[in-house]
Design a protein around this ligand. Sequence first.
Ligand SMILES: Nc1ncnc2c1ncn2[C@@H]1O[C@H](COP(=O)(O)OP(=O)(O)OP(=O)(O)O)[C@@H](O)[C@H]1O
Ligand SMILES: [Mg+2]
Length: 417
Amino acid sequence: MVVEDIFPKLCAKPTVFKNTEILRKGHHPCSLQEVLHRDGVIIQYSTFLKDAMFGIVPDNILIYGTFGVGKTMLTKLITSELVHAVNQAGRKIIVIYIYCGTMNALSPIMRYINQTLFESIPNLTKKVMGGSNAKNFEYFFELVNQSDVPIVIIFDEIDKLKDPNVINEFSRIKECGFTKNNVCVIGITNDTNFYTNLDGRTKSVIGQHELFIKPYNAEELAGILEARAKVAFVDGALDRVVIPICSAFGAQDNGDARLALDLLRVAGELADERGNSIIEEIDARTAKNRIELNRQLEVVGSLPTQTKAVLFASVYKYEQVGANVEATDVYTAYSQICKIINLDPVTQRRVNDYLGELNVLGILSVNKISRGRKRGVYNAVKPLVGVYPVEDIILRDFRFEGLKNVMLKSNVPDFEL
Ligand SMILES: Nc1ncnc2c1ncn2[C@@H]1O[C@H](COP(=O)(O)OP(=O)(O)OP(=O)(O)O)[C@@H](O)[C@H]1O
Ligand SMILES: [Mg+2]
């Protein structure tokens, strides 16, 4: 039997990895010394925070830059270095990190901040948890008043906050006369419109210092990958073309170190899947395709129901015809799908808009094609992503349950698409 002694067998399988942890998502260097190509930024960022060494609350900072350029990593490493240095100097500081991607509403944020402050400030007796936001803020002001050390609150992916203007309340407290102390707010964002969309007051509060983190170029990415590859892979397991390929892809994609590191990890996994002891060019290129496909499928999964129905109609028709599909045929299939899943159909014109949106997302191509002289033009639709994975993702949506049942009944469903 294949499954007999499955764990020992799996563990005995040869692998190119000697340490998988270092290439995992979310893994950061352990210290600032290991961070490459960011000396200038580290000095500037640390200078903004240095007042905390003398017990003074630093000014607020807004950190911005595109995906995977090291904003989170630098913030975590620099603030933990700051805590260490402040403690070494016999002082104290409180740093609170909030990831707004998962904690984006005011009340859990307040509860978390208050809980952390309560645990960090000695000799407190009164504890208020829960209740209205007003009550929570009142308690927050009280806690800040009782703390005689600088408090730094980091809002990572601050653009995901339900109301980013609430940061005003955190950082303006001294000005408003609520407490004798102030709080330093560090906001981190990769949304270039975030700052522009804030109201004027909040802008001036959060933007006391701004720090732009620029994308990496291919050479810098190669350096970052090389350092991690040394720890991650067995000696001699990496063909010399792999790092240049992964770093070139990362540089093309907004200088994203996370993508370059993901490519390297997936390339290693692909070499293992092939049972090859060396990670080769083909693994790096396949890794790119796999990551791109996963990204596109993530987009498909998050589309609104109407768009999913239009997309399903397009890929299903394409699968049947095996060639470009006319937008009018997509509409017929879409109308059938709406009946099956009880969705109110929209007009052909609106469906054309959805096709346009899917075109922009790179999921479908929509081109005007001539039928020949005097016979006009039509919109030709063609999927740019694998038909089966797209169908599979859409059918996982519970709203498409009815369609899934019909599709399962037979290979050629009993409805005319
Ligand atoms: N200079 C560097 N040296 C070593 N590793 C780095 C460097 N820059 C980035 N990384 C690594 O790249 C990955 C992405 O970095 P990070 O998560 O800090 O990006 P980010 O700017 O916060 O991106 P996002 O806006 O998507 O959250 C992390 O694994 C990080 O450790
Ligand atoms: Mg980040």
